[in-house]
Design a protein around this ligand. Structure first.
Ligand SMILES: [Zn+2]
Length: 325
C-alpha cells in the first residue's frame, strides 16, 4: 500500500497487488478532511489512516463511499465522528452485498483443512478465492456502518473554497456508483466505474450506462483519475476500459447468437491485449452481464457468488493461466 499526491490537495492510497478487494482510497486535505472509500478490512483501513496522517493531522470529518461494495466500505467503522456520504441506494444495498458475516465464515472455513477439502469438491473457485484473500485480508471485527447523508443525482461540498462534486452515475458497475470530481484540481476519484490494468468486475447495471459514465469522465477532462482499482491514470485509462467493454460485448453477442453459454463463450473469447491485465479470467463476469442484457433480464438480477467464482476458476483453467481473482 502506498500514498501518492495527485494534486495540491488530493491524495490516493493504492493497493499495488491489484487483485480482488485491493481497492484504492482517496483523501482531500481541505475543509475538515474528506476520505473517499475506506478499504476492505480494519488493518488496511488503519494503515491508510496512518498514511493520511502525514498530510492531515486530525481524523477526517467526512467519508464518501463511492458505492456499496464491501471493499470500499469495510473501514467505515474507524471514522466514528465522521459524516458518511453516499448515494441514496447505498445503505440498503450494503445490507444486501456487504454483510460481513458470510465472508467471515467463508474465510474461517477455507482456513480449516477439512472444510476446505469438502468445499473444494463443490466450489473450487470459492476455495481458491478464499485462499487468495487469506494472504492479505482478515475480515474479523468488521461491522457494517452505513452512510447517513444521502443524495440523489448530485451533491456538492465546499472545502475552504474548493468545490467537490459528487455525481451519481449508476447503475453501471453497482447500483450506487458515484464519481467525485474536484474541478479546480482536475482530479476525478472514479470508484469502481474505472478499473485500471485489471479486469473490471461489474455486478449491477448495464453496458450503456457504463459507457455513458465513461464518456462523462472524458468530458470532465481530468488530469488525474484515481480508479477504484489499479494505478493512477489520465483519460487514456477511461478510453482503454471503454474499448475493453466494447470488445467483450461484441464478442459476447457473436457467441450468444451461436447458442453458446456465457461460460463457454468466456473460455473461447481471446484475451488479446487484455491478457496483460490482472485476473483476465474475470472476463466471465463481463460476458455474463452482456448475456443478461441479451436475455432482457433486469440489471439488478442477483448473482450466485459461488457459481461466479467457480466460473472464473474454470475459465482460467481452460485457458491455462494461473487462477487469480
Ligand atoms: Zn471495488
Amino acid at each position: 500500500m502506498e500514498m501518492k499526491q495527485v494534486s495540491d490537495h488530493c491524495f490516493a492510497v493504492l493497493n499495488e497487488k491489484n487483485r480482488v478487494c485491493d481497492a484504492n482510497s482517496g483523501l482531500i486535505n481541505l475543509g475538515g478532511g474528506v476520505v473517499i472509500d475506506t478499504q476492505s478490512d480494519l488493518a488496511h483501513a488503519r494503515r491508510m489512516i496512518e498514511m493520511f496522517g502525514r498530510v492531515w493531522t486530525a481524523m477526517p470529518q467526512r467519508v464518501i463511499n463511492t458505492h456499496e461494495d464491501a471493499d470500499h466500505v469495510w473501514g467505515n467503522q474507524l471514522f466514528t465522528e465522521a459524516e458518511i456520504i453516499a448515494h441514496r441506494s447505498v445503505p440498503d444495498r450494503m445490507k444486501q452485498v456487504a454483510e460481513p458475516k458470510e465472508s467471515q465464515k467463508l474465510l474461517h472455513g477455507v482456513g480449516r483443512l477439512l472444510t476446505r477439502l469438502v468445499l473444494k469438491q463443490l466450489h473450487p473457485g470459492i476455495v481458491a478465492a478464499g485462499q487468495q484473500l487469506l494472504e492479505d485480508y482478515d475480515f474479523d471485527g468488521i461491522e457494517l456502518v452505513l452512510p447517513t447523508t444521502l443524495f440523489d443525482a448530485r451533491y456538492e461540498l465546499d472545502l475552504d473554497g474548493t468545490e467537490v462534486h459528487l455525481i451519481y452515475v449508476g447503475p453501471c458497475h453497482q447500483v450506487g456508483d458515484t464519481i467525485i470530481h474536484v474541478p479546480k484540481e482536475r482530479v476525478v476519484f472514479a470508484g469502481d466505474v474505472l478499473f485500471r490494468q485489471c479486469t473490471p468486475m461489474g455486478w449491477t447495471g448495464t453496458y450503456d450506462k457504463w459507457f455513458q459514465c465513461l464518456d462523462l469522465m472524458l468530458e470532465l477532462g481530468p488530469e488525474v483519475i484515481v480508479p477504484g482499482h489499479g494505478p493512477l491514470c489520465g483519460i487514456e485509462g477511461v478510453s482503454e476500459m471503454r474499448a475493453y467493454l466494447e470488445y467483450v460485448r461484441d464478442e459476447s453477442r457473436t457467441h450468444f447468437d451461436a447458442g453458446l453459454t456465457s461460460l463457454e463463450a468466456a473460455k473461447r473469447i481471446e484475451f488479446g491485449p487484455y491478457g496483460e491485465w490482472k485476473a483476465p479470467a474475470r472476463l466471465f463476469m463481463n460476458v455474463e452481464r452482456a448475456y443478461r442484457e441479451f436475455r432482457h433480464e433486469p440489471p439488478d438480477a442477483p448473482w450466485d457468488t459461488a457459481a461466479t467464482f467457480d466460473a472464473i476458476y474454470k475459465v482460467a483453467t481452460a485457458k491455462g493461466i494461473p487462477v487469480e481473482f
